[in-house]
Design a protein around this ligand. Structure first.
Ligand SMILES: Nc1ncnc2c1ncn2[C@@H]1O[C@H](COP(=O)(O)OP(=O)(O)OP(=O)(O)O)[C@@H](O)[C@H]1O
Ligand SMILES: O=C(O)C1=C[C@@H](O)[C@@H](O)[C@H](O)C1
Ligand SMILES: [Mg+2]
Length: 174
């Protein structure tokens, strides 16, 4: 089964996902990267030209495809949980892990990053707090379990996830 990572921008979905896929020796997919390949431009550019809703339509199609991959690690865009059909596909077809990070930790990481269109605003920390407030319930609803990403290194997070996956596997009825 594919493992999906969800969480706010900067929570580590791409970084942790890539390392997790190496440890499990399965293919790695990043829905943002797949979308950029299909668009032939950056998500930031597409957001500016076509707007967020057009982006969400394309994202929904890509999530539908990637959640049907039999085995892999799927890192999703931070807003993938906004559409109900994405939440349903992710939860029903994949094992979903929520990388839960506080807005303050994320702000520290993303302060100098210009590639996240939703954070190119006057008060990015306030924006992250709003996004957390709005999306945390969706991330919880979609995930099978969560890990707190504030302090642990990327490799510790990967170890924690692998442990949880093994425990989940053992606890599940056969
Ligand atoms: N556990 C961690 N400890 C320290 N730095 C981290 C950790 N996880 C991620 N980072 C760093 O934070 C930044 C954002 O990580 P990453 O790009 O993986 O986030 P993301 O969740 O994929 O974001 P987006 O939703 O925008 O795609 C990167 O510079 C990454 O190296
Ligand atoms: O949080 C969001 O809504 C987004 C996060 C990124 O991963 C991209 O998917 C895009 O920039 C939108
Ligand atoms: Mg990413």
């Amino acid at each position: 089964m594919t493992i999906s990572l969800i969480g706010l921008p900067g929570s580590g979905k791409t970084t942790v996902g890539r390392q997790l896929s190496r440890r499990l020796q399965v293919p790695f997919f990043d829905s943002d990267a797949v979308i950029e390949q299909q668009l032939g431009c950056s998500i930031s550019e597409f957001f500016e030209r076509e707007g967020e809703e057009r982006f969400r339509d394309i994202e929904a199609r890509v999530i539908d495809e990637l959640t049907q991959v039999p085995e892999g690690v799927l890192s999703t865009g931070g807003g993938a949980v906004l559409r109900p059909e994405n939440r349903a596909h992710l939860h029903a077809r994949t094992q979903v892990i929520y990388l839960n990070s506080s807005p303050d930790d994320l702000f520290r990481r993303l302060r100098h990053d210009k590639n996240r269109p939703l954070l190119q605003v006057a008060d990015p920390l306030g924006r992250l707090r709003e996004l957390y407030f709005q999306r945390d319930p969706f991330y919880r609803e979609t995930a099978h379990f969560q890990v707190a990403t504030g302090r642990p290194s990327v490799s510790s997070l990967v170890n924690m996830i692998l442990m949880q996956l093994e425990l989940g596997g053992r606890a599940a009825p056969s």
